[in-house]
Design a binder for this molecule. Structure first.
Ligand SMILES: O=P(O)(O)OC[C@H]1O[C@H](OP(=O)(O)OP(=O)(O)O)[C@H](O)[C@@H]1O
Ligand SMILES: NC(=O)CC[C@H](N)C(=O)O
Ligand SMILES: [Mg+2]
Length: 485
């Protein structure tokens, strides 16, 4: 997952994009990029690191114009450390296009071949996003041969893009001199929301972003989600047009957004993330009650940050005291989205510290939102033991993660997933805890969907069922062999 944002404003957009990216920082920490359009010129700045370390005042000064987009990257294809893969990506024809992408293309091998032999376009990095911008460029190029670009031609090009690419994609692009385009894959796997605001001049300004927190935190009002398979085109004067560019879209958003990725104060696909996490806690509490004798637990504790809402609700529902025994160094970022296992392992220790008095001699039930590689949970159990915890019950608000995630979350190989090929007692033994309880798969699905119109979710990392239909064993083996972990 990455964080993406695009703004069509009535005034300078550079600071607005920067501020919105800071609100999406939790979605990616590898690199930051901003592009703006000033008439027919496009300005781009991108660098490694988080928003506040990647950009200096002099970078901002060069980002002129009232239309802009931005990206914070969490690499899923190519190399996290490679600055050339930072987004946005630029292609010069037709018109000049810059593009940002959240997601992961599952047919990148075919695209690489096609782009070379059919489109005659050169792709210079391992990034699937560079392929995406070239596919869009190539399709637009074919259409503009017939006349100048209008919204209809842009939508026809997006229709062709859907036919050529597979996987997950929330996309925002600037087409120099023409406007801003946003579209979402036909399953709506990754989120994309649209918001508006009235400028002092009375003109309507627009923002498209990964999560509603970027809109509301920037003074925009959430209008709606970009629908799966829909494309939206916004001209520099704010005139907005939209069209369905796919014939059979089905909304199946990624369940992991609700488990971990998104900020709790976001609403995506009409589902309030915080409330979905409370419901996860409620359902997890019922499962815990089934397996744990009453009186066996003294306190319930979250593992900061993401499990807090679920842990609170577990405690309330079980009628057990909620305590906070782990303290977090606020200057260390999210561990799971850091590149490389050695860095992730070291960061858990730097980030979390156990307050001895909350643990010594107690039977503690800790709640995490998920156990993926077990990096956090192994360290947590060790820390709890070292401060004299009597009994460690580990619980996860998500079910066991047993399968790779190929739609924009970096968990490419089964070998690194602690629950892959293991029973729950075996995972418990690997973590070193006394008892382990996971959320049931159906309960997670219901916790997210309760009260919503959304019919289904991408649950592939829990079930091994890949909704796009193109994920074969051969593809998964290739991902395991070749992709970053
Ligand atoms: O089993 P693992 O591979 O360790 O992955 C799961 C852990 O990683 C995430 O925390 P992270 O520190 O990234 O972010 P948070 O502060 O939002 O909880 C998540 O909340 C779990 O705690
Ligand atoms: N997590 C993402 O959305 C990643 C986008 C893109 N696949 C990249 O690796 O840069
Ligand atoms: Mg965590």
């Amino acid at each position: 997952m990455c964080g993406i944002v695009g703004i069509v404003s009535d005034s300078s957009v550079n600071q607005q994009v920067y501020d919105a990216l800071a609100l999406l920082q939790h979605r990616g920490q590898d690199s930051t990029g901003i592009a703006t359009a000033e008439g027919r010129s496009i300005h781009v700045r991108k660098a490694k690191g988080q928003v506040r370390e990647a950009f200096r005042t002099r970078d901002m000064r060069s980002l002129l114009g009232d239309i802009g987009l931005g990206h914070v990257r969490y690499a899923t294809k190519g190399e996290a450390e490679n600055e050339l893969e930072a987004q946005p990506f630029y292609v010069n024809a037709p018109y000049g296009i810059v593009l940002v992408h959240n997601g992961n293309l599952t047919n990148s091998r075919e695209l690489e071949r096609e782009l070379a032999t059919v489109d005659h376009r050169h792709v210079n990095t391992g990034s699937d996003t560079e392929m995406l911008v070239n596919v869009l460029g190539s399709e637009l190029q074919t259409l503009v041969a017939a006349g100048d670009l209008d919204a209809d031609r842009v939508f026809q090009a997006v229709r062709r893009v859907h036919e050529r690419i597979r996987g997950s994609y929330g996309v925002i692009a600037l087409i120099a001199g023409h406007g801003m385009l946003a579209f979402r894959d036909p399953f709506g796997i990754r989120p994309l929301v649209l918001g508006s605001r009235t400028a002092e001049s009375g003109r309507t300004e627009w923002m498209v972003a990964s999560e509603s927190v970027a809109l509301t935190g920037s003074g925009f009002t959430l209008e709606r989600d970009v629908a799966p398979g829909e494309a939206i085109f916004i001209a520099p004067d704010g005139a907005i047009t939209s069209a369905m560019t796919h014939d059979s879209p089905v909304l199946m958003p990624c369940s992991f957004e609700y488990v971990y990725l998104a900020r709790p104060d976001s609403v995506m696909n009409g589902i309030n993330v915080y409330e979905s996490r409370l419901r996860m806690g409620e359902r997890l509490a019922d499962t815990i009650a089934k397996y744990t004798p009453s009186g066996a637990i003294d306190v319930v504790m979250p593992i900061p940050d993401s499990s807090r809402p679920a842990a609170m609700e577990v405690a309330r529902r079980l009628g057990i005291e909620y305590r906070e025994g782990f303290y977090k160094n606020r200057y260390v970022g999210r561990t799971f989205i850091m590149p490389g296992q050695a860095t992730r392992k070291k960061s858990v220790r730097q980030k979390l510290n156990a307050l001895e008095s909350e643990f010594r001699g107690k039977n503690v039930l800790v709640v995490d939102d998920s156990i993926v590689r077990g990096t956090t949970s192994r360290e947590i159990v060790e820390m709890m033991r070292s401060v004299g915890t009597a009994n460690v019950t580990f619980t996860s608000a998500a079910p066991p993660v047993r399968y790779p995630h190929v739609y924009g979350i970096n968990m490419p190989s089964r070998a690194e997933l602690i629950a892959s090929g293991r029973t729950i007692p075996e995972v418990n033994a690997a973590l070193g805890s006394d008892f382990l309880v996971y959320q049931e798969v159906d309960d997670l699905q219901r916790a997210i969907l309760d009260g919503s119109d959304v019919q289904g979710l991408d649950m592939s990392c829990f079930t091994g069922e890949y909704i796009t239909g193109d994920v074969t064993d051969e593809y998964l083996e290739w991902v395991e062999r070749t992709q970053l972990s």
